[in-house]
Design a protein around this ligand. Structure first.
Ligand code: MF3
Ligand code: CO
Length: 249
């Protein structure tokens, strides 16, 4: 599938899809408390999305059983919500959510502190978030896709963290995952040229320890091989001839 360039009308629909998702994330972030289960978060997220008249795009995606991905501590992404998984003070939790509005997908992730967390965990969250912003400094028409990847890698590598290589960002639009794939680590090739009207989900996943990950027996939950903490930050953005628009903030 080639990379799609969205028309002005499609961009308006992407903007609205993403604006609604940003609201969902704000509400979910405000709801995080020690003592709640990851299933509580999924129930809340699912109902917020449906109340907006939208569809949770993760639900049943390749058989994914929930609407929100809830990944705690050493879980990198795609943690499956469970009523048995109770959040404790000091945990970190990555929430990944997406929705469909009038046929257009949005996708974003945030990592939150549960109560008071260690300074080391907070730094991992902050660096992961900042790596997204370092990446999108390069996200303009005329630059190449891997300028984004290289900028994320250059920033994160200063801290000695592991950049997950087995999962990448992606184009997004009428489908959740469109071309191109967007790695978060340095690339030898330049990648495609960026054009105004591309909508991309850029999503660094960063481990405090080594980059290696493995999959749990549920075949969804991705965890760090060395059990170190992991953080995730993602927004859907629009490439323009000037600065990129971050649609899910
Ligand atoms: N942001 C995640 C991704 O792009 C969303 C996963 S959706 C799931 O891979 F349904 F697979 F969980
Ligand atoms: Co994504």
């Amino acid at each position: 599938m080639p990379v799609t360039i969205k028309s002005a009308e499609e961009i308006e629909l992407m903007r609205e899809s993403c604006r609604l998702l940003a609201q969902v994330h704000n509400e979910l972030g405000n709801a995080i408390r020690p003592g709640m289960s990851t299933m509580d978060i999924d129930i809340l997220g699912d109902s917020l999305i449906r109340k907006m008249g939208c569809i949770p795009n993760f639900k049943n995606y390749n058989g994914y059983p929930a609407s929100i991905c809830t990944s705690v501590n050493n879980e990198v992404v795609h943690g499956i919500p469970s009523k048995k998984r109770i959040l404790e003070e000091g945990d970190i939790i990555s929430l990944d959510a997406g929705l469909i509005y009038k046929g257009y997908h949005s996708d974003a992730a945030r990592t939150h502190a549960v109560g008071q967390i260690s300074p080391e965990a907070q730094k991992l969250i902050d660096v992961t978030r900042q790596s997204f912003f370092e990446g999108i400094k390069k996200a303009k028409a005329g630059n190449h896709l891997h300028d984004i990847s290289n900028a994320i890698d250059a920033y994160v590598s200063q801290f000695g963290y592991g950049i997950v290589r087995d999962l990448v960002g992606h184009g997004i639009g009428r489908k959740l995952h469109e071309a191109p794939e967007i790695p978060n680590f340095a690339q030898k090739r330049k990648g495609i040229k960026l054009c105004a009207g591309m909508t991309l989900a850029i999503e660094p996943m960063i481990n405090m320890g080594r980059a290696d990950v493995c999959w749990l027996d549920d075949d969804w939950t991705v965890v760090t091989e060395d059990d170190s903490l992991s953080a995730h930050y993602e927004n859907t953005i629009l490439i323009t001839d000037g600065e990129p628009e971050i649609l899910t903030l």
